[in-house]
Ligand binder design. Structure first.
Ligand code: BES
Ligand code: MN
Ligand code: MN
Length: 465
């Protein structure tokens, strides 16, 4: 399969230029001011899919942003791979922390990316990774042809909870029929330690509002005599974790999957340098649930984190005031057997019960989703394994990840197929943060590995028929 790698080497600069054009479109799904750019990004993805040889492409309207669908069916008897990805990106703020503007991609070297990394919002999450699949199709078409059927479903609302994708998937199960789903929207351990994500956490996300007096008050005239919503909110939040950093919501841990000692022993073999981890974040110590390692805490254990908190006076100088209201956004990452809706309900009941009489509490649920675990014994994992072995010279390690892609659990439920999460980003690529980047090496290796996957999957699938 030398043809694949030499084709990629030959066209590398054009691949990067094409990706840059897509990255330059600021497709921020969270901000309605970018609506036109969202449409433009969807259109650009559709054209790119047409250009690499999809025989049918369409922009499927939804109640939100369009879903790009494309396919090339070469033989109904051959297996079908469904690729999922997203063309929307996170808002880039805070802008002043970017070394170069977020939508003007630039290649710069970093310690972990000596061959250069593309710095831009969406470079890794997920335009760069999604685009690898479009280019892998080109590579296959130009080096002997696709070995099987291919379908693409690229959405524009992943970063805001995929609200319209569920209806689309449920309404189009026939159209989306496949033998395996392929997604590159996660990471791997290191450029010389390839890994495949075998687990994603679920998510329950709520916004809370604590209301005290009917107006902001002078903190001297009223301080000490009425409940201060900011004080109360912080006390309530603090009580959600105990001294062992376990979550105190009654029922929160009911049914939580107990990972076997054998699996934990396997996890302990995953290379993880705690000192490097701390150094990269400039922290003196890690912090988390008693009795678990850092890798376990961020993958197989559920969590509760405040993502934002505000209320009262936050401007320059000092204003003496007791705010009428205080707010926080709280996420809970969930593990197998915890159901997002149930956890949101348990949180709501418990949180309200914590409030003293002097305040009222409102809890508003946001998007959520279920966790996903795949066991690395299936044919799809084997096919992926062979592909990595060829391109990285090493078999990939199965690793459970801490992030969430809620749609993966829904795919399994509705389309009855397994998802292979072939992510090529690194944790240090700063997704969702200023200076997001994606290694040029990772981008090119990704294209190559994906192309090999199709060949191995087709062979294994046919041998299994
Ligand atoms: N690509 C990420 C998820 C991810 C990244 C999983 C790295 C594992 C490793 C995705 O775009 C994302 O940001 N998901 C959100 C959830 C979503 C419902 C907004 C998340 O995990 O916070
Ligand atoms: Mn993503
Ligand atoms: Mn994301």
């Amino acid at each position: 399969m030398r043809a694949i790698s030499s084709y990629i080497t030959k066209h590398k600069n054009r691949f990067l230029e094409e990706l840059f054009s897509l990255i330059r479109i600021p497709s921020i799904s969270a901000d309605s001011a970018y609506e036109q750019h969202m449409e433009a990004a969807a259109k650009a993805v559709q054209i790119a899919l047409k250009d690499v040889g999809c025989t049918h492409t369409e922009l499927c309207p939804t109640n939100g942003y369009p879903i790009v669908y494309a396919e090339k069916i070469i033989d109904p008897k051959l297996p079908t791979v469904l690729v999922y990805g997203h063309y929307d990106v996170q808002p880039p703020d805070p802008l002043d922390l970017w070394e170069t503007p977020p939508f003007e991609p630039e290649i710069r070297e970093t310690d972990l990316h000596p061959e250069g990394a593309i710095f831009a919002r969406g470079a890794c999450d997920d335009k760069g990774q999604m685009f690898m699949h479009i280019k892998a199709m080109e590579v296959m078409e130009q080096t002997g042809g696709l070995p099987c059927n291919i379908k693409f479903m690229i959405e524009g609302e992943e970063e805001v909870g995929s609200d319209n994708l569920e209806d689309f998937v449920r309404a189009n199960t026939k159209k989306l029929e496949n033998d395996v789903i392929l997604i590159s929207d996660t990471g791997m351990i290191a450029n010389d330690i390839p890994s495949i994500t075998t687990g994603l956490r679920g998510l329950s996300y709520v916004e809370v509002e604590v209301t005290g007096p009917n107006r902001d008050l002078h903190s001297g005239l009223y301080g000490g005599a009425v409940a201060n919503p900011v004080n109360i909110l912080t006390q309530m939040i603090a009580s959600l974790q105990d001294e062992n950093n376990r979550i105190t919501i009654p029922g929160f841990y009911d049914n939580v999957e107990i990972v076997s000692a054998a699996e934990r022993a396997e996890m302990a073999k995953i290379p993880f340098a705690l000192d490097a981890y701390k150094n990269a974040l400039d922290i003196k110590a890690v912090h988390g649930e008693e009795g678990y390692t850092t890798l376990e805490r961020k993958s197989i254990r559920p969590t509760l984190d405040v993502n934002g908190i505000w209320g009262g006076y936050t401007g320059e100088g000092a204003k003496t005031v007791i705010a009428s209201k205080a707010f926080a956004k709280i996420s809970m990452r969930l593990v197998p057997n915890q159901k997002s809706e149930k956890i949101t309900k348990l949180f709501t009941e418990h949180f309200k019960s914590l409030a003293p009489e002097g305040v009222t509490v409102k809890v508003t649920p946001h998007h959520g989703g279920e966790s996903y675990v795949m066991h690395p014994d299936g044919l799809e994992f084997q096919a992926a394994s062979k592909a990595y072995l060829e391109t990285f010279g090493k078999a990939p390690l199965p690793v459970r990840d801490g992030g969430s892609i809620p749609i993966v659990a829904l795919f399994e439920e509705t389309l009855k197929s397994k998802t292979v999460l072939m992510g090529f980003g690194l944790d240090s690529d700063a997704i969702h943060s200023p200076n997001e980047h994606f290694g040029v090496f990772n981008f090119l290796k990704g294209i190559e590995t994906i192309s090999h996957f199709y060949h191995h999957f087709t062979t294994l699938h046919q041998a299994n028929q």
